[in-house]
Design a protein around this ligand. Structure first.
Ligand code: SF4
Length: 257
């Protein structure tokens, strides 16, 4: 089934609408998979502040989070059908409560079925699903073909993470995006050719703080050179925010979410 045949222009996601606080490019969070194995003594092995780990600790023993180990990779089949209940197209942050790199194949297939619109009532509503990982060598990126409304992204904070962009480029995702959030250092030689969308944001939480303007300007200039739409999150200083809240647009006659 080609879900794109079912899309009318009226059913596109509304990119003029402000999204959720903290994930301003999304209307909704959806977490049929949660958890990550990259955590040790409460710290991410990759040196990132893991808000998902902290949140899972707060929810332990409730809402499907294990009482002993709430951040272990967990499948929540009861949440699979949630997007089917949302009749208007939504921009959905998918599986942000962990890293989907640790999601086993059998769970991934079922998540992908929801994203693909294989469910009966779903062909009338098309959502956009954002997937994001710090471990692009994992399952999510090996899976193909991904549905066209699954936007696959990698997190990049400084030049040490640039390899993730190279991995991303190898995938067959229709939309490949890079989340430069938080920007923590210079990017060095940045090649964004083949990337469809760029999000830029500052550090939040315990260590919150704005990055150096020069680091952000390098990303903006590189993206602008490649004519890549840029979304700057409002946690960056005000004067950096206003001109940039763009999304990829495709001239497809079927429309794009
Ligand atoms: S979810 Fe992301 S930030 Fe948290 S431990 Fe896993 S890789 Fe690190």
């Amino acid at each position: 089934m080609n879900v794109w045949n079912a899309v009318s222009p009226l059913q596109k996601c509304d990119d003029t609408k402000p999204g959720k606080p903290g994930i301003e490019y999304a209307d909704e969070s959806w977490n049929p998979y949660t958890g990550c194995r990259n955590i040790e003594n409460g710290n991410c092995n990759l040196g990132a502040d893991c808000w998902a780990y902290s949140m899972a600790q707060r929810l332990k023993g409730r809402y499907g989070y294990d009482a002993e180990d709430p951040f272990k990779p967990t499948f929540h089949p009861d949440r699979l059908a949630d997007p089917l209940k949302w009749r208007k197209p939504r921009r959905i942050a998918a599986c942000f409560m962990g890293d989907i790199a640790y999601c086993p194949w059998e769970w991934l297939y079922r998540i992908k079925d929801t994203v693909s619109g294989l469910h009966e009532p779903y062909d009338k509503t098309i959502h956009r699903f954002y997937f994001l990982t710090k471990l692009p060598q994992g399952n999510v990126f090996k899976y193909r073909p991904w549905p066209e409304n699954a936007w696959l992204g990698v997190s990049v904070s400084s030049h040490r993470d640039i390899w993730r962009i190279r991995q991303l480029k190898k995938t067959k995702a229709r939309v490949k995006w890079v989340s430069f959030e938080p920007v923590e250092g210079p990017m060095g030689k940045l090649d964004l050719e083949g990337i469809d969308w760029v999000v830029i944001g500052a550090k939040t939480g315990r260590h919150k703080g704005a990055p150096r303007r020069k680091w952000v300007e390098t990303i903006v200039a590189t993206a602008a050179w490649e004519e890549i739409p840029i979304f700057i999150k409002p946690n960056l200083p005000g004067e950096w925010v206003l001109p940039y809240s763009d999304y990829p647009k495709f001239p497809s006659p079927e429309g794009s979410p």
